[in-house]
Ligand binder design. Structure first.
Ligand SMILES: Cc1ncc(COP(=O)(O)O)c(C=O)c1O
Length: 393
């Protein structure tokens, strides 16, 4: 594997990679030397069906030969039917398509601007959570607390107020006459797998109703069946006004979307927002194939039950290494180990032993297998993690 050209021709905004990946099938990835790896990162919560699922591949191949792109100058039947399908899962409302998680959050932030600019008394402040992550575009980055992402990109957009996650009174006390919206994740992915309590999310809904705020959920990482619900917030019974989705929605093909409830769906008017590629025939076909497989293979239930068992096994493993594993975090197949040390050395060690994982804030080792993962693959991953933990003194 010669990675020297990687550094020579690619801008160095990512850490130097250790592997060159060339093929995937199910829960497995192969590097260019032919070595195979169990993929418990799923391209950071994207390839929820595993790699190269036959239904997804057939549909994408067929659509690529039929029509890839035509722009939003036209009605795209796959886009309309995908929006209809999402509305059925999320409640009465409408959908706007884009290409990524950051773009979906930008659309939510712009929705809050439209809402706040409606009245004679303008409001624009958005309450967001400490430790949250909403993407790298300037708006989404401004809503993201961590200095690690923000540093060097100042000045960022003003008007985002950081409140402690899962601390309802902190949010309540931060509301003032300029506040227009609250934006949070149901499970903080990059932030280290903190799970929002049901009371926190239903409490935010009540606060939003009381103060006439938009209640916005970022489901980019936790969404699309990963946590054992179609969207992570659905477990709480809370009902947001608008939701951002991406990652798992396309199963690897870039697509993002926002769903907005009926009452607020008309805030965007012709010409007010757009993207050349958003909701292309190919992207929407990929997303349809993802939803087909989630339904046909019962992947919501699968994420719930497999995740529950995996979490128990991880807790048993954690009990064997109490000095190294402080806690097991997350829900469904969005799980993580809270370590007593920084994860990169363990991530490398696991990779060298055939298991791909990904770190997160708070010394967290994230485990995001495909929702189609088999029990024997989980058992194999557990063995690799066990010997990895044993390896570190
Ligand atoms: C919760 C959340 N929101 C937004 C994003 C940004 O998504 P993208 O990288 O597709 O722009 C991410 C990516 O990790 C995320 O986890």
């Amino acid at each position: 594997m010669d990675l020297s050209k990687h550094q020579k021709f690619l801008i160095g905004n990512y850490a130097q990679p250790a592997l060159e990946i060339v093929r995937g099938e199910g829960s497995w990835l192969w590097d260019s030397s032919g070595k195979k790896y169990l993929d418990f990162a799923s391209g950071i919560a994207v390839t929820n069906l595993g790699h190269s699922h036959s239904h997804w591949v057939e549909n994408v191949q067929h659509q690529a030969a039929e029509l890839v792109h035509c722009s939003n100058l036209f009605s795209i039947p796959q886009q309309v039917s995908l929006a209809e399908r999402l509305v059925k899962k999320m409640g009465p409302g409408k959908v706007l398509f884009c290409n990524s998680g950051a773009e979906a959050n930008e659309a939510l932030i712009k929705l809050s601007r439209l809402y706040g600019n409606q009245a004679s008394r303008k409001r624009s402040k958005v309450l967001v959570a400490t430790n949250g992550f909403h993407g790298r575009t300037l708006g989404a980055l401004s809503a993201t607390e961590s200095l690690k992402y923000r540093q060097g990109f100042e000045p960022l957009l003003p008007g985002f107020v950081f409140c402690h996650y899962n601390n309802l009174s902190d949010f309540e006390q931060s509301i003032d006459e300029d506040t227009v919206a609250i934006l949070v994740e149901s499970i903080q992915g990059e932030g280290g797998l903190q799970v929002a309590t049901n009371e926190f999310l239903t409490g935010l809904q009540i606060l939003c109703a009381k103060h006439d705020l938009l209640f916005l959920m970022d489901e980019v990482q936790a969404g699309i069946a990963r946590t054992g619900e179609f969207l992570g917030y659905q477990k709480s019974g809370a009902q947001p006004h608008a939701v951002a989705m991406a990652k798992g929605l396309g199963g690897g093909f870039p697509i993002g979307a926002i769903w907005v409830n009926e009452q607020h769906a008309e805030l965007f008017t012709p010409g007010s927002h757009g993207t050349t590629y958003g909701g292309s025939p190919l992207a929407c076909t990929a997303a349809h194939a993802v939803l087909d497989v989630i339904e046909a293979e019962n992947l919501i239930e699968q994420a719930r039950t497999t995740g529950k068992n995996f979490k128990i096994e991880l807790q048993e493993l954690a009990a064997q290494f109490p000095q190294k594993v402080k806690e097991v975090k997350g829900r469904g197949l969005m799980l993580g180990l809270g370590l007593s040390f920084e994860p990169p050395s363990l991530v490398s060690h696991l990779r060298e032993n055939g298991l791909i994982t990904v770190g997160a804030a708070g010394n967290t080792l994230r485990l995001l297998p495909p929702l189609t993962v088999k029990n024997n693959e989980i058992a194999e991953a557990l063995e690799i993690i066990k010997s990895g933990l044993a390896h570190f003194k």
